[in-house]
Ligand binder design. Sequence first.
Ligand SMILES: Cc1cc2nc3c(=O)[nH]c(=O)nc-3n(C[C@H](O)[C@H](O)[C@H](O)COP(=O)(O)OP(=O)(O)OC[C@H]3O[C@@H](n4cnc5c(N)ncnc54)[C@H](O)[C@@H]3O)c2cc1C
Length: 401
Amino acid sequence: MGAGPAALCIVAELVEQGLEVTALASHVPDKPWPNTYGIWAEELESLGLASLLGHRWTNTVSYFGDGLGEEGSAPIDHYFDYGLFDPVALQKSLLIRCGDLSWCVETAEEIRVLGARTEVVCSSGNSYLARVVIDASGHRSRFIKRPDHGPVAEQAAYGVVGRFSSPPVEQSQFVLMDFRPDHLAAGELKEPPSFLYAMDFGDGVFFVEETSLACAPALPLGTLKKRLHARLVHRGVEIEEIIHEEHCLFPMNLPLPHRNQPLLAFGGAASMVHPASGYMVGALLRRAPALAKQLANALIIDPPLDSAALAKKGWQVLWTPELVQRHRLYQFGLRRLMSFDEGRLRRFFATFFRLPREDWSGFLANTLPLPRLIIVMLKLFSISPWQIRLGMLFGVSASKD
Ligand SMILES: Cc1cc2nc3c(=O)[nH]c(=O)nc-3n(C[C@H](O)[C@H](O)[C@H](O)COP(=O)(O)OP(=O)(O)OC[C@H]3O[C@@H](n4cnc5c(N)ncnc54)[C@H](O)[C@@H]3O)c2cc1C
C-alpha cells in the first residue's frame, strides 16, 4: 500500500524475489513525488546508485559559530560529498524494477485480518485479499498500531527555490546547517532554534530552507518563514523570484510500531526515519532486500503461515533487536538535543563534526553496528566541553549555563 519511496523500494524487491504482488495506492505510481530527497553521496555509492543523483556538491560546509567576527562566521568543512536525488530518475528506476505489475489506484479505508488472508477494503467499495499486507502509506498511517509515548517531535521547514539579489550561499556550495544566530533578537534566542539548509543549484538558482530539527509541538511554518526572511535580510540578500516553495513537516521520533501486529509496514509507517537526522531513503534502499527475502522464504513454508505469522517474520528482520537498540539510542540523543538552547546546540554540533568522518557519517546514516555506535557516542562525550556533557547526561534543566 502506497506509492512513495518506501512502497516502490519494497515492491521492487518483492517482485525480484518472484512474489505475486498487488500494489495499491491513492494515485498512479509515476505521479511526481512532492519532495526532493537529499543524501550523502557515499551512501548511494555503496549501493551502486550514485547515478541517481541529480545534483552533487563537493564544497559542503556548516556554520556553528555565533556569526560575530571572523571566527564566529567561519564555516566548518565537511570534506564529504552531498547530493540530491533526481526524483524522476529514482522513481523510474524503482518502477522499472517493479516490472509490468499493474497498480490499483485505490485508497485503503479498512484492513481486516481474516486468518490465512488479510482483506484491504477501499473507499471505492472494492476489496483485495493478500496473504500479508505491507503498509507503506507514510508517517501518518491509520492502520499501524504503535504505543503512545506522548507528543511526537516533528521536523518542520520552510524553503524557497528561487533567484536572489545576491548569492545566499557561495557558488557551488552546499550548506548542511547554518546555525549562526546573529540576525535574531535577544527574545528570539530563547525560542526553539532553527538553522538554514541551503544549496546552489546553478544558473543563478538557489534553495534556502529554514529548518527546525525537531520540536514538539512543531515550530509553525509561519515562524520559520519569518526567520528565513530575517536571516536573508541580515545578510543583505533579497528574494527576487520564487520558483517553488517547500513546506516540510514530518515526525522524527514516532514510536516504533508494535511488532506483534498482523500487518507489516515499511518506510514512514514503520518509523524508519532516522530520529537524529530525519533521513530515510538510504535506509529504505538498504533494508528492503532483507525484508523481501524473509517474506519470500516465509511464504513457501509448509503448512502455510497465516497473515499474523507472516507479518511477525517480517517485523523480525525489519526491526531486529540490534536496530531497535540503535533506534533507542538515537531517540535518547534527540530528546537531549531538543532540550538544548541555541548556544548549546551550536557547540554540540561543532563537537559532533570534529569526530572522524567515518564516525559522524556512519552515525547519520545509521550504518554503524551497535558496539561501534556506542563507542562513537562515548567518543563524542569525551571530546565535548563539560557543559555539553552535562546536557547529554541530564538534559538542560539540570545543567543551566
Ligand atoms: C518535505 C520533506 C522533505 C524530506 N526530505 C528528506 C530527505 O531529503 N532525505 C530523506 O532521506 N528523507 C527526507 N524526508 C523524510 C522521508 O524520507 C519522507 O517523508 C518520505 O517521503 C517518506 O516515504 P514513504 O514512502 O514512507 O511515505 P510517503 O512519501 O508519504 O508516501 C506515502 C504513499 O502512500 C499513499 N497512501 C497514503 N494513504 C493511503 C491509503 N489509505 N491508501 C492507499 N495509498 C495511500 C500516498 O498517496 C503515497 O503514495 C522528507 C520528508 C518531507 C515531508
